[in-house]
Ligand binder design. Sequence first.
Ligand SMILES: *[C@@H]1O[C@H](CO)[C@@H](O)[C@H](O)[C@H]1NC(C)=O
Ligand SMILES: *[C@@H]1O[C@H](CO)[C@@H](O)[C@H](O)[C@H]1NC(C)=O
Ligand SMILES: *[C@@H]1O[C@H](CO)[C@@H](O)[C@H](O)[C@H]1NC(C)=O
Ligand SMILES: *[C@@H]1O[C@H](CO)[C@@H](O)[C@H](O)[C@H]1NC(C)=O
Length: 488
Amino acid sequence: MLVSLAIATANQPPNIVFVLADDLGYNDVSYHGSEIQTPNLDKLAIEGVRLENYYVQQVCSPTRSQLLSGRYQIHTGLQHSYIGVAQPNCLPTEIPILPQWLKNVGYATHMVGKWHLGFYKKACLPQNRGFDSFFGYHSGSEDYYTHFRGGYGVSFDDRDHWLGYDFWDNDVPFWSAISNYSVFVFNDRVNQVIDKHNKSKPLFLYLPFQSVHSPLQVPKQYQEPYKNITNNNRRIYAGMTSCMDEAIGNVVEKLKTADLWNNTVFVFSTDNGGQILEGGNNWPLRGWKASYWEGGLRGVGFVHSDLLPSDVRGTINKQLIHVSDWLPTLVNGVAGYPLNYTNLDGFNMWDIINSNKTSPRKELLHNIDPWPYQPKDFNTNMTSAIRVGDWKLLTGTPGANNGQWIAPPGSGITPHLPLTIPGQNVWLFNITADPYEEMELSEKYPTVVKTLLAKLDTYYKDSVPVRYPDDSDQANPALHNGTWAPWE
Ligand SMILES: *[C@@H]1O[C@H](CO)[C@@H](O)[C@H](O)[C@H]1NC(C)=O
Ligand SMILES: *[C@@H]1O[C@H](CO)[C@@H](O)[C@H](O)[C@H]1NC(C)=O
Ligand SMILES: *[C@@H]1O[C@H](CO)[C@@H](O)[C@H](O)[C@H]1NC(C)=O
Ligand SMILES: *[C@@H]1O[C@H](CO)[C@@H](O)[C@H](O)[C@H]1NC(C)=O
């Protein structure tokens, strides 16, 4: 497969364009039946390969860390939550990441959008980790127009304190983005990257949009088509999604005009489930962002490429695929360069996507979060989730407050509440038979539970300590010219 791709493209590996949406829920694209209209995504997905057994992580930094490193969080120290804006923490710099691999094998590598993998020291920044250029923001969330964010540490309630600007052109604050909606600024920079691209090299473009994370903001005209959505959050969110969809359409048109499209592998993914408190929706999946229920983990994702054989185009791929698989899939499978697989948790899925072969992935560790106790042995008070074949086991607090089914606002559907048993800390589901996690089976299949707990213990013993440092006073934007900048 690698060989035939290389020949088909006159020995130049394909361009890779990876678009990541932020907090886009399972029920937030029209090709999944949403009331939100995403015509550009729909067309690309329906003419490409839709990944419908595809998993990401429960929140932002974890997904991004696995996408770029090909490693589970238990192997990077990022098991617990996302990276707080004032935490001296980042995806460990000794781990080679996707742009480094691609740059080493001749790609031009550009990033436009949200990083959120730590910025406390310069070595953590994308432009020092394999990207030829970085344009975007360091942290997790901010105003779409002003590009300021507040918040000491992880508490967004504190947004009035420590207000700082976070929008960068490599190492320099890009002040002229003030008052301009991030989707447009990113779209414009992508056009420039494509215009400047020298086709003697293949292009890797990583485009992690700010959309559709809170705060709920979008120019009025994008809300117009959704006047009949009475829920305020959902209506604005729908407009935000449409605005991102429009930009994705623009980027594809630009790649076509630049004659790059016919040799491009285009991947779209969300980073985690939708946040129902901020307009997102994952119906009919259970739970939402930040939980280990399917609504937090099952991702919207697809691959589109003119290079895909015609018999897989337009198909739905139901093989188990995980966000950690993209690194080997893109470097080894698409770019055609052998990778040293030591320490990778991801699999090369290119043959599985490109020719519908059976996935080598039989097992998926969603996560084990032992914070803050980190005892020697695994125990079921830790929050963890694992998938083995059809089975999924959850332990600890996988989302006690976000394990419900939430129907789209205005749909008229009233879902039943999940059965809660006080003190329960083990749940077992057959996800293939019961993708909505309605039938808890741990009592019925104790042997399966035992086997999966043993696997969790094995993974746990192979994990590195959690790195979750205290916030640093040195992060204060007042010490950095009013910006969220490296402080070490
Ligand atoms: C893509 O199109 C260009 C020009 O239209 C052509 O030269 C090139 O061979 C095409 N590449 C592939 C992989 O079809
Ligand atoms: C916003 O950015 C777009 C694209 O760069 C540009 O065309 C437009 O003039 C900018 N608007 C403002 C108000 O700066
Ligand atoms: C593109 O790169 C090649 C190889 O480095 C170089 O020879 C050529 O001059 C470049 N083209 C442009 C337009 O810069
Ligand atoms: C709003 O209208 C659109 C198109 O007319 C329709 O597809 C959608 O289901 C409606 N949504 C609601 C919440 O009524």
